[in-house]
Write a protein that binds this ligand. Structure first.
Ligand code: HEC
Length: 195
C-alpha cells in the first residue's frame, strides 16, 4: 500500500510507484521539459516534412517552375542568335520551349502530309534517321523553308510560315532524333515510297 512518502507530489521529487517485481521498484519520474520539447518538436517536424515532401506538390512544382524558367531563358537566348547553324538547331531541339512551339507549328501545318507521329504519308517519313534531301539540321531547315522543287513539298516559309515558325518546327522534328545517327539515304530507300 502507498506509504505517505509515495504520495509526494512530483514537485517534491520523484514518486516511487507502488508496484514491485522481483524486488525491482520504479520511480515515476517526470520527464524534463527540454526532453519533451525535443520529442514533440521531432514529431511536429516529422509531420511537416512528410506533408511538405510527400503530400503537397510545393517542392516538385518549384522544381518544374525553375526548369520552365531556365527553358524560357534559353529559348530567348537561342532566338536572339543571329546565325542559324546545325549546332544551334540541335540546341533548340533540346529546349522544351522551342519543341513545344514547334509541335504546334508541325501539328498545324506539316502533319497533314507527314503524319501525326512524323510517320509520313503524302510526304516523306520524318521519324527515321534516313533523309533523302539532306540529313543535317540546316538542310532540313532549308527543305522546310524553301520546299523541294518539283515535288509535293511546297515552300513552307514565306507567306505560309515565318522563319521563326519553321525553325521551331525543325526543332520539334530534331527533338525526335539523335545527332549521331542522322544520315542520308538514296531516294529509293525512303520507306513511304515503297509500295
Ligand atoms: C502538302 C504536303 C506537305 C506539307 C504540308 C509539308 N510537306 Fe514536307 N514533304 C512533302 C513531300 C511530298 C515530301 C517529299 C518530297 C520528295 O518527293 O522528294 C516532303 C519532304 C520533306 C522533307 C525532306 C525529307 C527527307 O527525307 O529529306 C522535309 C525535311 C520536310 N518535308 C519538312 C516539312 C515540314 C517541316 C513541314 C511543315 C512546316 C512540311 N514538310 C510540310 C509534303 C509536304
Amino acid at each position: 500500500m502507498a506509504s505517505p512518502s509515495q504520495k509526494k507530489s512530483s514537485d517534491d521529487g520523484p514518486v516511487l510507484r507502488p508496484h514491485e517485481y522481483d524486488g525491482i521498484q520504479e520511480f515515476d519520474q517526470r520527464l524534463p521539459n527540454w526532453w519533451l520539447f525535443t520529442l514533440y518538436s521531432a514529431i511536429l517536424f516529422g509531420f511537416g516534412y512528410w506533408f511538405y515532401y510527400f503530400q503537397s506538390n510545393i517542392p516538385t512544382s518549384d522544381r518544374a517552375a525553375i526548369a520552365h524558367m531556365i527553358a524560357v531563358k534559353e529559348a530567348k537566348e537561342l532566338e536572339a542568335l543571329k546565325d542559324l547553324n546545325d549546332e544551334n538547331l540541335w540546341k533548340m531541339s533540346r529546349n522544351a520551349q522551342f519543341v513545344e512551339a514547334g509541335r504546334a507549328v508541325y501539328m498545324g501545318t506539316c502533319k497533314a502530309c507527314h503524319g501525326d507521329n512524323l510517320e509520313g504519308g503524302i510526304g516523306f517519313r520524318l521519324a527515321d534517321d534516313g533523309w533523302v534531301h539532306g540529313s543535317t539540321p540546316m538542310q532540313i531547315f532549308h527543305n522546310a523553308l524553301n520546299g523541294i522543287p518539283g515535288t509535293g513539298m511546297a515552300p513552307q516559309g514565306g507567306a505560309q510560315l515565318g522563319t521563326q515558325k519553321i525553325t521551331q518546327a525543325v526543332a520539334f522534328i530534331l527533338s525526335k532524333h539523335d545527332p549521331k545517327t542522322m544520315h542520308d539515304i538514296p531516294r529509293d530507300q525512303e520507306p513511304t515510297l515503297k509500295k
